[in-house]
Write a protein that binds this ligand. Structure first.
Ligand SMILES: NC(=O)c1ccc[n+]([C@@H]2O[C@H](COP(=O)([O-])OP(=O)(O)OC[C@H]3O[C@@H](n4cnc5c(N)ncnc54)[C@H](OP(=O)(O)O)[C@@H]3O)[C@@H](O)[C@H]2O)c1
Length: 339
């Protein structure tokens, strides 16, 4: 029975010292990190920079902040690329550029996310956290998958996609209202009327829902490419870390988190060690389709284990949304599906 409460996850962190930093040689490798200008993404880039990468791409919504991050980590192999996950067009532009300019991509660290208490709808028509944390991360992963797989085939390696989820996914289930009808779940979850009508619909829940869906899509994406493919898709909990993620919070919840930040939170650097582990440490084969925490593969929640139908629904509905915005998605899916 795998149900973990927030208190249990926190207690484990308090008992566990930050893990050792993984080291490696990235001389021939290209790594892409989204949300690389702040928090865990920035600190992961600092670690990658020490491993002498061939190319380290800081994919950020502000190029100015990306350039500042590159100066900070002092890495000659680093490049700043613009990527706004709040816009599907930006993800497509980034993917096209990667296809044209990069001869290889070894690792995608899908790290960027937002936690917001406001109900914002993007210009594409989706609730902002849902688009940034889930739909755009998945679109990017799908569009880069052919390049990641070709890189691995050409060089006899295993490429990786690592999504930064959260241990909070253990506490999350999806409101049955979302899944009840035939309407696309991402459309229901982006509907202002749904927010008014369902007692479970709130932006407080939404962040953890997106982290749960990231766990589901990790499993689906690995199943899509197959476990025999030279692409390892995993997701992780970095632990509770001091970063900018809670910047929009206010009131008692902010005080609650401030207390935790004073008493046992990891620094962003400490949390970033798990991103680095997922990207270049551990065994890529063992990590395939898995969630890991404290650098160990962990069993996912019962909700995830027992709801393959929900996993399939979330995957199919995501593909339905993404195919409408990306004419090349079908081709990417076909070229990467398990033979
Ligand atoms: N910190 C924790 O305790 C904790 C715990 C569990 C999981 N996580 C996860 O760790 C990951 C990293 O978060 P963090 O804690 O390092 O927070 P952070 O300091 O706020 O960093 C988040 C990064 O995501 C970027 N981002 C946000 N919206 C974006 C968009 N529309 N397009 C492109 N990039 C965007 C931010 O860019 P801007 O600077 O431009 O906003 C920033 O670079 C997230 O996935 C988060 O959910 C964090």
């Amino acid at each position: 029975m795998v149900v973990r409460t927030e208190a249990e996850i926190w207690a484990e962190q308090l008992e566990t010292k930050p893990l050792a930093v993984v080291t490696g040689d990235l001389t021939k490798k290209t790594i892409i990190v989204t949300g690389a200008n702040s928090g865990l993404g920035l600190e992961a880039c600092r670690h990658f920079a020490r491993m002498n990468p061939k190319k380290l791409i800081l994919a950020c919504r502000s190029l100015e902040n990306a350039h500042a991050a590159i100066s900070d980590i002092d890495c000659a192999a680093a490049e700043a690329w613009q990527l706004d996950l709040g816009s599907f067009q930006s993800v497509l532009d980034f993917s096209e550029r990667a296809e044209k300019e990069l001869e290889r991509v070894d690792v995608l660290v899908a790290n960027a996310a937002i936690a917001s208490f406001d109900m914002n709808i993007t210009a594409d028509g989706y609730e902002q956290m849902l688009q940034v944390n889930v739909l755009s991360n998945l679109l990017l992963a799908l569009r880069l998958s052919p390049l990641l797989i070709n890189t691995a085939k050409t060089h006899g390696t295993v490429s990786r996609i690592v999504t930064v989820s959260s241990g909070l996914f253990y506490t999350s289930t999806l409101d049955s209202t979302i899944l009840g009808g035939k309407t696309n779940v991402y459309k229901v979850m982006s509907d202002k009327e749904y927010y008014k009508s369902s007692p479970l619909a709130s932006t407080m829940n939404r962040y953890t829902e997106t982290k749960l869906i990231e766990v589901f899509y990790t499993r689906s994406l690995q199943a899509h490419v197959g476990t025999g493919a030279p692409l390892s898709v995993s997701c992780l909990d970095p632990g509770f870390c001091i970063s900018n993620i809670r910047r929009s919070m206010d009131g008692p919840i902010k005080e609650h988190f401030s207390e935790m930040e004073k008493n046992g939170a990891y620094t962003s650097e400490e949390g970033s060690r798990q991103l680095v582990y997922g990207a270049v440490g551990g065994d890529a084969e063992t990590l395939k389709g898995q969630f890991f925490s404290m650098c160990e593969v962990r069993e996912v929640s019962d909700y995830v284990l027992q709801n393959a139908d929900i996993q399939n629904r979330l995957w199919n509905d995501a593909i339905e949304v993404l195919e409408t915005v990306d004419p090349k998605l079908k081709q990417a899916l076909e070229s990467t599906s398990e033979p």
